[in-house]
Design a binder for this molecule. Structure first.
Ligand code: AMP
Ligand code: MG
Length: 416
């Protein structure tokens, strides 16, 4: 049997990068940046006022002073006069600081006059209430680097530089094909002995999360010709093909055979030392200047999802150019005894809840690899290595986080 790490090394050894495309900023959130962004200008572009008030020379004010009033400088306009000694100009938040002024006195520390003379109260710290040119972003500095998955704040930052669009990695199209005579798409009538496919829908969600575009190609019967046709189509349509079922040792596990036909030597069937999981096929189909990887995932719904998370997700993120393609792992406390048989690595589905001293994890019911309810309830996967026999209640365990939804608050929980 192969370890998870060995399988990963093989899978990620030669990942072709997806191309890049230019998208408007409003569509850039969540995409992976494919360029480096240098600031073409300072932000803010000039020294400006952080307050509604008066632009002055600090030395003029002292404890209190009455100064000659110059003009009003509103945001979006420039001063027409310099602030000479003994004078003050009214200035609004965001307006450029006029020549001669070195400080701003807020309007609350004045008599509010906008003609003749204005009386201001000190003390004034030189430079107060002035936002300096380039204080947020300095011209020429590197603002963002390739590989970052863009957050709203980062998109806003780019907008503040005046750039209308960004070059991002194209989303890889991931063709999804389930297999099995028993498998039927939801919405269709079930024949005797048939079940609804959960894998297509679950995989489509996982592909989205990873940053790809799912292409659901439905389900193929356990029939060589059907599989050839459907897989041939999948390879043409996708940057990546993910199938489920038919890769273990049953009589009708024909996916293996068809994979061999289309991928030839560049194909491996692995027994990966993990539970859930184990059978995994990985190959590459080469043709017409492009290489399409094939992932043959197990049919059991939980194995299918857990395998995707360990192997396909990092592949997609690597193809997108993300430097950190793996799920986050944190330490938590076992909220109950976890007893596991040594032999294969175990990834057990858990809930994660806030305890008195950190996060506490508990199993989400049965850990059978067919029981999808355990996946639906899970926020994380507790990791036990091949030699581990588990953990006792209260011990520290390591948890892969599946998403951050469990961190959401029912109350604001400011804590102040
Ligand atoms: P297989 O890997 O084809 O031997 O399938 C293993 C188990 O997973 C069997 O119980 C199948 O019925 C089930 N299975 C296979 N494909 C799917 C699917 N798309 N949705 C739900 N269950 C599936
Ligand atoms: Mg099958």
């Amino acid at each position: 049997m192969l370890s998870i790490e060995e399988a990963l090394e093989r899978i990620l050894s030669d990942v072709p990068r997806t191309g890049a495309e230019q998208v408007p900023l409003a569509q850039a959130y969540g995409r992976v940046l494919a360029e480096s962004i240098q600031a073409p200008r300072n932000v803010p572009p000039w020294d400006n006022s952080a307050m509604d008030g008066y632009a002055v020379r600090a030395a003029d004010v002292g404890e209190q002073a009455t100064l000659r009033f110059n003009e009003v400088i509103s945001a979006g306009s420039m001063a027409t006069m310099a602030v000479e000694p003994g004078t003050a100009s009214a200035i609004m938040t965001g307006a450029p600081v006029p020549p001669g002024a070195d400080s701003v006195v807020m309007v609350e520390h004045s008599d509010g006059s906008q003609e003749g003379e204005v009386t201001l109260t000190g003390p004034v710290r030189q430079g107060q209430h002035i936002r300096r040119a380039g204080e947020d972003i300095a011209k020429g500095s590197t603002v963002l680097s390739p590989g970052v998955r863009l957050s709203p704040g980062q998109v806003g930052l780019v907008a503040s530089l005046g750039l209308p669009s960004l070059l991002v990695a194209r989303r890889p199209v991931v063709a999804i094909l389930s297999t099995g005579d028993e498998v039927v798409a939801p919405g269709l009538p079930l024949g005797e002995g048939q079940i609804y496919s959960s894998n297509n829908a679950a995989l489509a969600g996982l592909v989205h999360q990873a940053g790809g575009t799912p292409l659901d190609l439905g389900s193929a019967a356990d029939d060589l010709d059907a599989l050839r046709t459907r897989l041939g189509y999948a390879v043409k349509q996708g940057h990546l093909v993910v199938t489920t079922g038919g890769v273990s040792v049953g009589t009708y596990d024909l996916v293996k055979e068809v994979f061999e036909e289309i991928a030839g030597n560049d194909l491996a069937f692995w027994k990966v030392a993990m539970k859930p999981g184990k059978p995994l096929a990985f190959g590459r189909v080469k043709g017409k200047g492009r290489t399409v990887p094939l992932f043959g995932l197990p049919g059991n719904p939980v194995s299918c999802m857990v395998n995707f998370l360990q192997f396909v997700r990092p592949w997609i993120k690597t193809a997108l150019g993300e430097p950190a393609p793996y799920l986050p792992v944190v330490t938590a406390t076992a909220g109950e005894d976890f007893r596991v048989k040594p032999g294969r690595a175990k990834l057990q589905r858990v809930t994660i809840e806030a305890g008195a001293s950190g996060w506490v994890v508990r199993r989400t019911g049965t850990q059978s690899s067919g029981a999808l309810s355990s996946m639906a309830l899970a926020s994380g996967l507790v990791l036990f290595g091949p030699e581990s026999s588990g953990a006792s209640e209260g011990e520290a365990v390591r948890v892969q986080l599946l998403d951050s939804g469990f961190l959401d608050g029912e109350t604001p929980n400011f804590g102040w």
